[in-house]
Design a protein around this ligand. Structure first.
Ligand code: ATP
Ligand code: MG
Length: 327
């Protein structure tokens, strides 16, 4: 099956945002953001609530007007050649609205016709796409009766009806169960690899971020760091010491008091300590001793590879320290 008919070269830049800015009154929601996405590439826009992810995606798809900067989609300027640029884009908004009283097939037909897909084309194409997203067995089900994950898959199908070269996905898996999240990512990866679609996906989840080819971390409207997951992890200063034991709040407190521990973050039933490289043996011995004296217990302590979450937290800490020093 071919979702996208194209013979683009792998290095073709399909999304290019140059210093784009959007203000809402006093608030600068997107502040001089620049990014590119090549064909066949999955780029993640990662950040907490209110970081500016949705606003960035809405600017890129032309739903919002830029205050400054430039956006080119497949070479077309979104402000000057809006129709041509938009024709290249499939967009799954954060709050995708489908017609609950229509069936899956009727919904997809609606989106296909709204996108100008010809009558003779839409049926085979919609069937193809529904099969691709795993909804082929549910064509007659009312959309209102679909599970949350199935609704998101229908949203993805709707975004794909016109064979877009560019796909913008705004937190497509938020609120979706882990199995469906996995399915959804398999679809995204296949679209990029087989159809050479350029995909820009926003997510608050670090495990999803690590599946992207490149990531842009966003905060307060700005991109404060970008790179491949491997490069970002390699850039982390210090090493990560994973600690298991109890009680975790006490162990965390003791760790933070230990010279050489840069920060201590809880990950479920364990702690990740970022420690100054070269001090590792010293720190782990001191921590074992102090935990025992304080009535705590360390059951496991070993070095682990940094996760993206460690990188993200370290960056925020460094930024916070930088800010308080400059006051
Ligand atoms: N239409 C609007 N009018 C005024 N302020 C807005 C508007 N849209 C967004 N904002 C503000 O811009 C900032 C960025 O919002 P945005 O929705 O882009 O963040 P986000 O990263 O997508 O957050 P979330 O993870 O919660 O979806 C927020 O402070 C938000 O309140
Ligand atoms: Mg959002």
């Amino acid at each position: 099956m071919c979702i996208l008919e194209s013979n683009l070269r792998p290095s073709t830049v399909l999304i290019q945002a140059i210093e784009i800015t959007k203000r809402f009154g006093e608030l600068c929601a997107v502040d001089q953001v620049s990014l590119t996405v090549n064909c066949g590439e999955i780029v993640g826009l990662v950040g907490a609530d209110g970081a500016g992810k949705t606003t960035t995606l809405r600017l890129i798809c032309g739903a919002l007007k830029l205050d400054a900067g430039q956006i080119r989609i497949g070479g077309y300027d979104i402000q000057q050649q809006t129709e041509e640029a938009r024709a290249q884009i499939g967009y799954l908004p954060q709050r995708f609205s489908l017609y609950e009283e229509l069936t899956v097939m009727e919904n997809i037909r609606f989106f296909a016709e709204a996108r100008g897909v010809q009558r003779e084309e839409w049926l085979p194409r919609c069937l193809d796409i529904l099969k691709f997203v795993g909804l082929a067995a549910f064509t007659e089900r009312l959309a209102g009766k679909l599970s949350g994950g199935m609704k998101q898959k229908l949203g993805l199908a709707a975004a794909l009806v016109h064979s877009p070269k560019v796909l913008l996905l705004d937190e497509p898996t938020t609120g979706v169960d882990p199995v469906t999240r996995q399915d959804f990512w398999q679809l995204i990866i296949r679209l990029a690899a087989q159809e050479q679609t350029a995909i820009l996906v926003s997510t608050p989840y670090m495990d999803e971020a690590s599946r992207c080819h490149r990531i842009h971390f966003m905060r307060e409207g700005k991109i404060f760091i970008e790179g491949t997951p491997a490069n970002l992890k390699a850039s982390l200063s210090g090493s990560i010491l994973e600690v298991r034991g109890e009680p975790l709040p006490l162990l965390r407190q003791l760790a933070l008091e230990e010279p050489g521990v840069l920060n201590a973050q809880r990950f479920g039933d364990r702690l990740h300590l970022r420690v100054i490289a070269g001090k590792s043996t010293e720190i782990s011995a001191a921590l074992q001793k102090r935990a025992k004296q304080a009535g705590g217990k360390i059951t496991a302590l070993h070095w682990v590879e940094a996760q993206l979450e460690d990188v993200f937290i370290a960056l925020l800490e460094d930024e916070r320290r930088g800010r308080s020093h400059s006051r």
